[in-house]
Unconditional design. Structure first.
Length: 95
């Protein structure tokens, strides 16, 4: 399969792009060059090679949920600019 100027013009029209004749010729050559490289991939022997779905091993890491003591409320609110009823008080952002 080879890319022709007509193919470049068709893609350009669908993409709403405009190119000069020189640019079309250059794009045709570049796309044909890409197709040549893709053809080389057909020569790679892939028998017995498992497909790669992810480059990193994916596994779930489960841990037991355990209750732990939390920080002291007074210590947490110590640097708050404003508090109310033991909670942070912030400006109203919704009318």
């Amino acid at each position: 399969m080879s890319i022709r100027i007509k193919d470049v013009e068709q893609v350009a029209e669908r993409s709403r792009l405009s190119f000069t004749e020189e640019e079309k010729e250059g794009l045709k050559d570049q796309l044909n060059n890409i197709l040549e490289h893709v053809k080389e991939l057909d020569e790679v022997k892939l028998e017995g090679v498992e497909p790669t779905y992810n480059i990193l091993e994916v596994k779930n890491v489960f841990r037991e949920d355990k209750m732990k003591p939390s920080m002291d409320r007074e210590e947490v609110l110590m640097n708050a600019s404003d508090t109310q009823n033991g909670c942070f008080k912030v400006p109203k952002v919704v009318e």
